[in-house]
Design a protein around this ligand. Structure first.
Ligand SMILES: NC(=O)c1ccc[n+]([C@@H]2O[C@H](COP(=O)([O-])OP(=O)(O)OC[C@H]3O[C@@H](n4cnc5c(N)ncnc54)[C@H](OP(=O)(O)O)[C@@H]3O)[C@@H](O)[C@H]2O)c1
Length: 310
């Protein structure tokens, strides 16, 4: 079997080629830029592939996304139709996202940004906030990462809601499903966490229209994908007080350009797409296991539904 690897940085590609080669004895693992005869490539392993790269491999069995989302693969306008896409998911990724979501929900809940501003002014400013059961927190998207994050928040005592496409039952979480229930989900939701996949239905969902349906001074955490957010609408909602604070881990353009207004906004916390970065060692083992399973059985449990977009 032969796998060809591409990530946007040459040194990263080479590192992944060597690491996967060590985990797949008997296979040939190459860089996508030097694949030999393209017709001999069985699997493409990619993060943000370049348009047309994958279409060169006419006998591809599957594409592996180095990450939980497949939007970066579907963005290739020349992607060959019908080739299965395997997501990279695992307990490490879920654990990291649970930690990130708990950290930032608690930060907003306890108003840490304001507390830190008071410290900078040597101001003994005691902020009293409601206890967690009196704080309503909502998680959009109840997949691998959203469901685990919602249950973590419920475990901390928050009045936790979740929103998904199809109905769910999650212990400790009040679940809403479908666009018809979005208003009900948002009504009274003081801290909103986005963990939706990026699809045609969800692009731009974090907009002025949605912010207006949250209570005044709500907080928003986007740790899914940058294009879920309409940047100007967030700035306007923060500036007029509809939103109080935001935490953003993902952006339309990454790295976030140095002159982007998010960097210096007093009510925005920026993190550099680290909420649940794949640990290369663990990710490599998951990918190798998926490749071996797929080569043996013709499928594996992490195949995404490309038509659905996630
Ligand atoms: N920041 C980071 O470091 C990082 C790391 C990894 C992943 N991510 C991102 O995190 C997000 C979540 O990943 P995941 O693996 O948890 O996703 P997932 O397992 O594919 O789950 C997606 C969830 O969103 C729901 N959903 C999809 N479309 C919807 C719609 N139109 N309306 C309502 N609900 C909808 C799905 O509902 P059903 O269950 O009913 O289908 C499902 O519950 C993705 O955007 C991913 O790219 C970010």
């Amino acid at each position: 079997m032969k796998a060809a690897v591409y990530l946007p940085a040459d040194d990263k590609t080479q590192w992944w080629v060597e690491m996967l080669q060590s985990l797949l004895p008997g296979w040939e693992v190459t860089s996508m830029d030097h694949p030999g005869d393209p017709a001999t490539v069985d699997f493409a392993v990619v993060w943000r592939p370049r348009t047309g790269d994958i279409a060169r491999f006419e006998n591809l069995k599957a594409i592996v996304s180095i990450g939980a989302g497949i939007d970066h693969v579907l963005a290739d306008m020349e992607l060959p139709a019908g080739v299965p896409i395997i997501r990279t998911v695992g307990s490490d990724l879920t654990q990291r996202m649970r930690e990130y979501v708990a950290l930032h929900v608690l930060r907003h809940h306890r108003d840490m940004p304001r507390q830190l501003r008071a410290q900078a002014e040597a101001d003994w400013h005691a902020i009293v906030v409601p206890v967690a059961p009196n704080r309503t927190v909502g998680v959009m998207g109840l997949g691998n990462l959203g469901a685990a994050s919602a249950q973590t928040l419920a475990g901390l005592g928050f009045a936790t809601r979740g929103w998904s496409k199809s109905p769910k039952t999650l212990h400790g979480v009040t679940c809403f499903a479908g666009i018809d229930c979005l208003d009900q989900f948002l009504d009274g939701c003081e801290i909103l966490v986005n963990l939706l996949p990026l699809t045609d239905e969800t692009r731009g969902i974090l907009s002025a229209d949605l912010f207006a349906r949250l209570p005044r001074e709500a907080c928003v955490i986007n740790c899914a994908r940058g294009p879920h957010l309409v940047d100007e609408d967030l700035l306007a909602a923060l500036n007029d007080g509809q939103l109080k604070q935001a935490t953003l881990d993902v952006f339309h353009q990454e790295p976030l350009p140095a002159d982007h207004p998010f960097w210096n906004h007093p009510d925005i916390t920026v993190t550099p797409h680290v909420a649940s970065q794949i640990d290369a060692g663990t990710g490599g083992r998951i990918i190798a296991a998926n490749l071996l399973e797929y080569a043996r059985t013709g499928t594996c449990s992490d195949v995404a539904d490309a038509a659905r977009g996630y």
